[in-house]
Design a protein around this ligand. Structure first.
Ligand SMILES: *[C@@H]1O[C@H](CO)[C@@H](O)[C@H](O)[C@H]1NC(C)=O
Ligand SMILES: *[C@@H]1O[C@H](CO)[C@@H](O)[C@H](O)[C@H]1NC(C)=O
Ligand SMILES: *[C@@H]1O[C@H](CO)[C@@H](O)[C@H](O)[C@H]1NC(C)=O
Ligand SMILES: *[C@@H]1O[C@H](CO)[C@@H](O)[C@H](O)[C@H]1NC(C)=O
Ligand SMILES: *[C@@H]1O[C@H](CO)[C@@H](O)[C@H](O)[C@H]1NC(C)=O
Ligand SMILES: *[C@@H]1O[C@H](CO)[C@@H](O)[C@H](O)[C@H]1NC(C)=O
Ligand SMILES: *[C@@H]1O[C@H](CO)[C@@H](O)[C@H](O)[C@H]1NC(C)=O
Ligand SMILES: *[C@@H]1O[C@H](CO)[C@@H](O)[C@H](O)[C@H]1NC(C)=O
Ligand SMILES: *[C@@H]1O[C@H](CO)[C@@H](O)[C@H](O)[C@H]1NC(C)=O
Ligand SMILES: *[C@@H]1O[C@H](CO)[C@@H](O)[C@H](O)[C@H]1NC(C)=O
Ligand SMILES: *[C@@H]1O[C@H](CO)[C@@H](O)[C@H](O)[C@H]1NC(C)=O
Ligand SMILES: CC(=O)N[C@H]1CO[C@H](CO)[C@@H](O)[C@@H]1O
Length: 661
């Protein structure tokens, strides 16, 4: 821990509290917990026993928390799925009926599958890529279109109900902000978060994360106090004896925008999602966030990096390196060799929801300092952050520290961090797998179709070109893949020349194409960020957006998800239905309906290439005129990324990644 981080700022706090309309002491744990619990009975819960941001040391439960090997799903996930899968049946029947699949009785097919043999029931996942706010907003437009709670989504051309029919919802980095924010806010609709509410800074992206919210109802008044609050919360974690990294500051700052609770909900944990009523009733998909492991003394993140996932029950990895899971709720307990010793205490509250979102997006950490020095932020705060940076070394300013390492002495022979007391996690996209596919490719999860929403900035003006898919494709040939397979995808130029990055494209359509001996991977419905009604290719590192611009980007993605409510292809909802059914039809040896064959002819990549480099890619809007961003001039030249990143980051791979996120 860093003793210099106990900042003498309690007095400032008191002043803030006294100036607040309610006179609440924001950091009086008991009072805060009580008022939050009353106000927020059903959202992700402020259930950290400390009542604040600091993890709490508690007596272990009678059944001492243990790690488990990754050979199968957890008991908790298995029993949750037994509730969830049947609940997807009605929305799926409605979706597929509206999809108008000629000569196919979707309702009977799905209901029979559900009644007779659940393994025939399509198992749907959605994956939302990284790419900062661009990825959050673009992912949001897709989820909004897929959500039957939003008006208009079940009208002609709509795909509403897809979200309700979905089993897994994975997010990475900026996509993780979206998934985390929905679940931190009681699985709110995107529409509701766009609407916002008085006194709440949630989704008010017009206030930069660096400057802080304009108003947060209770205690936040200006940038200085905002950062003092953040620093105080982080200091409380350090004072409780836990290591802190810049991710703590970053995650706290993110929370003010993403968690609708006073001070961004310091006591909200990721594992508390499992305690919320709608998750317990399996009324939501299963949320998963992804991060990469950085081996001790390693600065380059390659495809060999261990992929970690966070879900409400567990955190860990399916990769053969670590091959194990720890209970999310008890992270930072001392699991030496897989069990908390009988003499040891347990820790709760380390899995703070903003910290988990910050871990998945830790790449952004490093922008804190450059920005804060420009703002009127108290020097004590700057010093605290500088001290953390110095303590970790410049090559590590993008890490989130998990200490003690839950996987200490675990999988000794293969785990690169088995003898390290600290586990360093970094942004889930640093291995170029910028779409959180890894958890969804695990044979144990038996996913049939992944809607992969890609907001990566691959081309010179920040459109995707399939890089993220290629990374996951390539990874299957590295030993770390451990039996996960992925459909073939072409080179970047082919993506561009064939329009595979400017309209939805299906990969892996023919289940018979995969070699015997590997589990057949899901069909991938690639939904790239493309200009429909707005130029949504805003820079990954743009920290603020007018609410109008935010809404136009969300609307643009909604139009991508629905192909302009069917105006670009009246059969698009049919094709979505066919993609959902595809693997199931194959498993049950059911004839593929003719309309589905037509869809597959249209949307499946046919394996052909056009690798000609045709120079810079400047797509036109597909619908309307649009006012957001610009086709070329304004964003044609990439801003000097190195300038932004500063001299601290010196690895080539990170440089490549910066152009991809
Ligand atoms: C359903 O699809 C058929 C063609 O396959 C078309 O003739 C019919 O109009 C469609 N029905 C609706 C409600 O869209
Ligand atoms: C269920 O369906 C799967 C294929 O979809 C098949 O392998 C399995 O044998 C079926 N189980 C039963 C009990 O019919
Ligand atoms: C934010 O929380 C407040 C208080 O619980 C609630 O009244 C409001 O509706 C929430 N706003 C959003 C956008 O969810
Ligand atoms: C998971 O299930 C076990 C019993 O198998 C239970 O003790 C534990 O509390 C559950 N964990 C969570 C986070 O619900
Ligand atoms: C703040 O950080 C952003 C990246 O998030 C960068 O574009 C901008 O230049 C920084 N501003 C200052 C003043 O350093
Ligand atoms: C793993 O290594 C630790 C020392 O780092 C040792 O205490 C432990 O017994 C080893 N576990 C196994 C299963 O070999
Ligand atoms: C594709 O994206 C990668 C970065 O992700 C970039 O290096 C490459 O130049 C791009 N290629 C094309 C043809 O856009
Ligand atoms: C990644 O793994 C492959 C084989 O598994 C190995 O050849 C390569 O050296 C590894 N790369 C790194 C950076 O560890
Ligand atoms: C390859 O793509 C370019 C750009 O779209 C196009 O002009 C060219 O005709 C294509 N070549 C072939 C052989 O299809
Ligand atoms: C699949 O169905 C066809 C007829 O539709 C039949 O000839 C074939 O034997 C079936 N295959 C299996 C594996 O059941
Ligand atoms: C596009 O702009 C032109 C003139 O700038 C206008 O006449 C037209 O109505 C606009 N179209 C749409 C779909 O907004
Ligand atoms: C399918 C496969 O290769 N599974 C392996 C994944 O890694 C673990 C741990 O190394 C092995 O036990 C599995 O056999």
């Amino acid at each position: 821990m860093h003793p210099h981080m106990s900042l003498p700022i309690t007095l400032l706090h008191l002043a803030t509290a006294l100036a607040s309309p309610t006179g609440d002491l924001p950091h009086n744990p008991g009072a805060q917990l009580l008022s939050d619990l009353t106000a927020l009975a059903h959202r992700a819960l402020p259930n950290n026993p400390s009542g604040g941001y600091a993890p709490a040391i508690i007596p272990c439960p009678a059944a001492r928390p243990t790690l488990r090997r990754a050979g199968s799903l957890s008991q908790n996930e298995t029993s949750w799925l037994a509730d969830r899968r049947p609940l997807t049946v009605d929305p799926m029947v409605e979706l597929l009926t509206r999809a108008n699949i000629t000569d196919f009785d979707a309702a009977t097919y799905i209901r029979n599958a559900a009644a007779n043999n659940l393994s025939a029931l399509p198992n749907i996942a959605i994956a939302v890529s990284g790419g900062g706010y661009r990825a959050l907003m673009n992912g949001a437009g897709f989820l909004k279109a897929a959500d039957n709670r939003v008006d208009g989504t079940t009208a002609a051309g709509g795909i509403g109900g897809l979200l309700q029919a979905t089993t897994y919802l994975a997010g990475l980095s900026g996509g993780g902000w979206l998934v985390g924010s929905l679940f931190a806010n009681n699985f709110s609709t995107v529409e509701n978060l766009q609407r916002g509410s008085d006194g709440s800074s949630v989704w008010k992206f017009d206030s930069s994360i660096f400057a802080g919210p304009k108003d947060s109802g209770i205690s936040i008044v200006n940038t200085a106090e905002y950062w003092v609050d953040v620093a105080d919360q982080v200091a409380s974690k350090a004072n409780a004896g836990f290591d802190t990294s810049i991710t703590d500051y970053w995650g706290r700052a993110l929370s003010y925008q993403l968690v609708n609770a006073t001070d961004g909900g310091p006591a909200y944990t990721f594992s508390s999602i499992a305690d919320t009523s709608n998750f317990q009733q399996a009324g939501t998909p299963f949320p998963i966030l992804v991060a990469d492991g950085r081996a001790p003394d390693e600065t380059i993140i390659s495809l060999n990096a261990t992929n970690f996932e966070f879900n409400p029950f567990e955190m860990g990895s399916w990769d053969p390196t670590v091959y194990g899971f720890a209970p999310t709720k008890y992270l930072a307990s001392n699991f030496s060799g897989g069990v908390v010793p009988s003499t040891g205490s347990c820790v709760e509250g380390f899995d703070q929801i903003g910290y988990v979102m910050g871990t998945s997006s830790s790449l952004f950490n490093q922008f804190l300092l450059t920005n804060l020095t420009e703002l009127n932020v108290p020097s004590l705060v700057i010093k605290a952050i500088t001290d953390v940076l110095e303590a970790l070394g410049n090559n590590n300013n993008d890490i989130a520290q998990y200490m003690p390492n839950p996987f200490l002495g675990w999988s000794n022979a293969t785990n690169p961090g088995a003898s390290s007391i600290e586990l360093s996690l970094v942004d889930g996209g640093e291995d170029l797998q910028n779409i959180p596919l890894n958890p969804l490719l695990q044979p144990a999860r038996a996913v049939d179709v992944i809607f992969a929403v890609d907001s990566s900035a691959d081309t010179t003006v920040f459109w995707p070109n399939g890089t993220a898919l290629r990374a996951t494709y390539d990874r299957q040939f590295v030993s770390i893949a451990n039996g996960t397979a992925f459909p073939a995808v072409p080179d970047a130029a082919t993506f561009i020349n064939k329009g595979l990055n400017s309209r939805p494209a299906f990969f892996g359509c023919d289940a018979g194409n995969f070699s015997a001996g590997v589990a057949v991977p899901p069909l991938v419905v690639y939904v790239p960020n493309a200009p429909y009604t707005a130029f949504s290719n805003v820079s990954t590192f743009d920290p603020s957006y007018s609410l109008e611009q935010r809404d136009q980007i969300i609307e643009n993605a909604y139009n991508g998800a629905t192909q302009g409510n069917g105006s670009l292809d009246a059969q698009w909802p049919t094709c979505v239905g066919c993609a959902v059914l595809s693997r199931s039809l194959w498993r049950t040896n059911t004839t593929v309906p003719q309309v589905c064959q037509d869809c597959f002819t249209r949307y499946c990549w046919d394996g052909s290439l056009n690798s000609t480099d045709n120079g810079p890619y400047f797509p036109d809007l597909k619908i309307g005129n649009g006012t957001v961003g610009a086709k070329s001039a304004a964003v044609a030249v990439k801003p000097g990324r190195w300038g932004m990143v500063g001299t601290a980051v010196a690895t080539v791979v990170l440089g490549v990644y910066l152009s991809a996120v």
